[in-house]
Design a protein around this ligand. Structure first.
Ligand SMILES: [Ca+2]
Ligand SMILES: [Ca+2]
Ligand SMILES: [Ca+2]
Length: 253
């Protein structure tokens, strides 16, 4: 191969790298929708509490001795968690509003918890813990993410880690304000539910044209999924390589 051909090969390789770089999508970073999800403000700031009768949610620093047979228990992580308490038949809901973004690629909710049910059963819905997506004012259940069921172990001090993919749930709610809700119902006997490290994240498809104005593929990126987004630079790179090698081969001959 002559020096001139080496130069052509180098220029062609750089062109392929450049085309691939130009068409690479910028990546969405997950957006966290829950503030004070670890309760380390030492308060229930940013959270809304709705109760009936003696039900309540309070902050726990490890010294709280709830009414009934439950004794004080260490916070799940660091200095504080949130705990449900009651003195009789009641309910209590701890919730946080958030706006569901449009163009969701993925959505996940996770938290840590402890369950101490002093009744001899779980029973739906009278002696139960539920985690739900509700409408903006909390009056309507839009989806139940997780709940205790009859037969579950009564004492689950863990701490337990729970994580759920809620992509399909939120797809139907894009653009709406909704609430993530932790609810306890105590119709039989005392139940303390502790929660910490609450996180709800979404990833959305980029309107890449805003970030990569020279990228022609940006015009249709928003409507396609992440796997297809990845294929664009690969296909562009392969096409560029093919076109160059044909040209190189032709000139060499
Ligand atoms: Ca904490
Ligand atoms: Ca007690
Ligand atoms: Ca249930």
């Amino acid at each position: 191969m002559t020096l001139r051909n080496y130069q052509k090969l180098l220029v062609g390789t750089l062109a392929i790298v450049f085309v691939t770089w130009m068409t690479s999508p910028a990546y969405a970073t997950p957006t966290e929708h829950i503030t004070n999800g670890d309760f380390e403000t030492g308060s229930l700031a940013d959270w809304t509490i709705v109760t009936t009768f003696s039900g309540d949610w309070v902050i726990n620093d490890g010294t709280l001795d709830p009414q009934g047979p439950g004794i004080s228990i260490a916070p799940i992580s660091d200095n504080f968690d949130a705990i449900s308490i009651q003195d009789a038949t009641s309910s209590a809901m701890l919730s946080k509003p958030f706006t569901v973004p449009t163009g969701i690629i993925s959505a996940n909710v996770s938290w840590n918890d402890r369950i101490r049910n002093f009744a001899d059963i779980f029973e739906d819905p009278t002696q139960e813990v539920r985690v739900e997506i509700r409408n903006s004012n909390g009056t309507e259940v839009l989806a139940t993410i997780w709940s205790t069921d009859a037969g579950d172990p009564l004492n689950q001090e863990g701490p337990n880690s729970r994580s759920f993919d809620i992509t399909s749930t939120l797809h139907g709610l894009e653009g709406q304000e909704v609430r993530l809700c932790f609810s306890q119902e105590t119709g039989i006997f005392f139940l303390n539910y502790s929660v910490d490290n609450v996180s709800l994240t979404t990833e959305t498809a980029l309107v890449a044209g805003k970030l990569l104005p020279l990228d022609s593929s940006a015009l249709f990126l928003a409507g396609i999924n992440s796997m297809m987004v990845w294929m664009i630079p690969i296909v562009a790179g392969l096409a560029g390589a093919g076109a160059y090698m044909v040209k190189f081969r032709f000139e060499k001959d």
